[in-house]
Design a protein around this ligand. Sequence first.
Ligand code: GLV
Ligand code: MN
Ligand code: MN
Length: 410
Amino acid sequence: MYNETLEWIENALDSLHETGKMGSLHWRATYTEEDHKALKLLERWMREKNLEVFYDDIGNLFGKIEGEQDKIVLTGSHRDTVKNGGKYDGALGIICAIAAAGALYEEFGKPKKSVEVVAFCEEEGSRFLSGYLGSRYFVGQLSDDILLERDANGITLTEAIRHAGFSGKRAQKSLQMQKVERFIELHIEQGGVLEQSGEQVGLVTSIVGLLIGKITIDGHQNHAGTTPMHLRKDPVTRAAQFITEMNQWAMAYNEAVTCTFGEIQVFPNKSNVIPGSVSLSFDIRSTSPAILQEARMRIKNLQQQEDGFRYTLEFAAPNAPAQMDEDGLKLLEEAAKKLHLSYRKMHSGAGHDAEMVAQNIKTNMIFVPSVGGISHSPLEYSKMDDIGHGYLLLKEFLREIAWGHEEEKA
Ligand code: GLV
Ligand code: MN
Ligand code: MN
């Protein structure tokens, strides 16, 4: 039975990955043709495993096993991928959740508490800047500003939601959220700590906070050959200087903060033209709200400079650092011991839907080792043996919480 399930998970990962193929690139952005294909597959698998399928108004997909009580245990992850991403980020958490809920229903029948599997939309922010849209919506934190964000083709989030057939109507708190008692997300580690230490699973204790956005620097566009160096206002050199300063600032904090400028666009992007403008994304992460605030001030200070450049700043909606639930962590430790799995309690430097959900609901995460610590890359890979351990732990946790006899503490 276990081997059959692992085979099912492996095949499902391959099939879901296929839905994101765009020529030589892999990218499953939300509300696209690729997303639609993925949803059809996920719906089919949910039904095959006796889950009742429904959507909320932003397009989060749910599969439900009705329980005896009016309480819900939620599990799952996000279905979108970064541009040129891999097979496991997000997908693994949904597929393992479908497999675990289906297997438990087959073994034990109707649960005490309902179990819902969620496939959240647009976590990665690779189409709309703020990201975590499905989980933000779920906890009632999707603001008007986010709904007006535009993708690279100028389509607003509201337009994209409607085009995909969802109303986008917001309730203050989504109806399911009010009944959800716990959330658990299984995810690949996306780093190399578990592989190095040899522990079989990671139990997440906290998730990093993020400061994300975009800086546009306008200078003076001119001829590359006739304009002497001292008469230029080249925004690329200014951007390079700022990137270097920010990297030095982050390095001085040792491990306490990361700083990345991953998306840089130069206009007009021609070799014989001094650029007129450059825009750069920033992605700054820390568990310290004070460090994130310092980074925000450093970026805001750009607008105080009187250096002849014009600075336009755009900050995405904030993501505060999150703590995972202590009782849930203890339960996971006990379950890992019962299954004879070695584990490590660890922090997450990657952002997750769990971070949003944790603002309102007791939340935990299970990490599966990533080979070479690689993620957000086509080389992302996790071994099936390791995936199996994560799956078994998720299943045991769900069994205990939703089918078990122990009443939750209030
Ligand atoms: C989400 O995957 C992130 O950490 O950027
Ligand atoms: Mn992810
Ligand atoms: Mn990701």
